[in-house]
Design a protein around this ligand. Structure first.
Ligand code: PYC
Length: 318
């Protein structure tokens, strides 16, 4: 394969999925972003080079469910790497399934062995433990409930009550009671979650400091006695999380801690709409709730994305 031709730009990647949710780790080929703090580099990527995000996460090279993870050198002494997460519509603060995918990818590349490794993200450093079993435990940034039992009028559905919580991204969490959350209901759940998000935006209901709530998390009945809950998570854009959502499970743990319904260190088994699982627990450090999420990623591809300057869809179909 001749990829050295002057007409191609080359982006190297490794694909994995965590509990069904894909992560595409970019190991080289993005423009240099300097050595400013990570949030400033995200801003540079967003404002000057956003076409790279689109090339990686949208058609014709990807389905819109793909989460990209740009690997960068560590920004904190002792960390193994930094990472910037993004998807088909923008950038993510943290990403739980993605961090599990990044750690498995670093092992696949021979850069780490089982043990504990710190990973820098734009919203803080997370501590990742790669277990001998191949599972990964992510000790996330502190999570918290921002507002409880927020009543929202959702056109076509009526009043909906939910909590607003931070787990590395902003979530609106709605308990849909004993409702079954299953694959057959994905179109219906997607419409409901989209209507909630539209209502949050229309009514200017936000996270702290006016932050947009871009993830909607619906909780229903667990599928069996060995799980606690099953969820459906609408990601920014129109796609749902195939995994139980690491940052969403962190937000849920913060709500359970605030309600006093889950004790520190007690496991919480969170199922996704496709039936995959994460095990969560939390610790209290002072006033902070520190969630830990355990899950497993599998490597499922590696290669080069080629960008031909003559291709009208080189940077995605818009
Ligand atoms: O696992 O945190 C997560 C996540 C966020 C968006 C998709 N997955």
């Amino acid at each position: 394969m001749n990829t050295q031709s002057a007409s191609y730009a080359v982006i190297d990647y490794v694909d994995s999925h965590t509990a069904g949710e894909p992560t595409r780790v970019i190991t080289s080929g993005f423009p240099a972003l300097g050595d400013a703090p990570l949030p400033d580099r995200v801003n540079l990527l967003r404002t000057q080079h956003d076409q790279y995000r689109r090339a990686v996460c949208t058609e014709p090279r990807a389905a819109e469910i793909v989460v990209g993870a740009l690997l960068l050198p560590p920004t904190t002494p002792g960390s193994v790497a930094s990472v910037v997460f993004f998807n088909n519509v923008g950038y993510l603060g943290m990403c739980g399934h993605g961090a599990i995918g990044v750690i498995s990818t670093l092992q696949f590349l021979g850069r780490i062995a089982p043990g504990t490794h710190a990973l820098d993200t734009p919203v803080g450093t997370v501590t990742c433990t790669l277990l001998d079993s191949g599972e990964v435990e992510i000790e996330n940034v502190p999570a918290y409930r921002h507002r409880a039992t927020v009543r929202l009028e959702v056109p076509g559905y009526g009043p909906v009550v939910g909590d607003i919580a931070w787990g590395g991204n902003w979530f609106f969490l709605v308990d849909v009671g004993g409702q079954d959350i299953n694959r057959a209901r994905i179109p219906e759940l997607t419409r409901f979650a989209q209507a909630i998000r539209t209502s949050l935006n229309t009514n200017r209901v936000t996270g702290a400091d006016g932050a947009e709530i871009d993830h909607i998390e619906l909780f229903g009945a667990p599928s069996g006695a060995d799980t606690n809950s099953r969820n459906f998570v609408l990601c920014p854009g129109a796609e749902y999380d195939r995994s139980p959502c690491g940052t969403g499970t962190s937000a849920k743990l913060a709500c359970l801690a605030a309600d006093g319904t889950l004790a520190p260190d007690q496991p919480w088994v969170q199922e996704s709409v496709i039936g995959s699982r994460f095990v969560g627990r939390y610790q209290r450090r002072g006033d902070a709730i520190i969630p830990t999420i355990r899950g497993r990623a599998f490597i499922c591809g590696a290669g080069k994305l080629l960008i031909d300057a003559n291709d009208p869809f080189a940077w995605g179909i818009r």
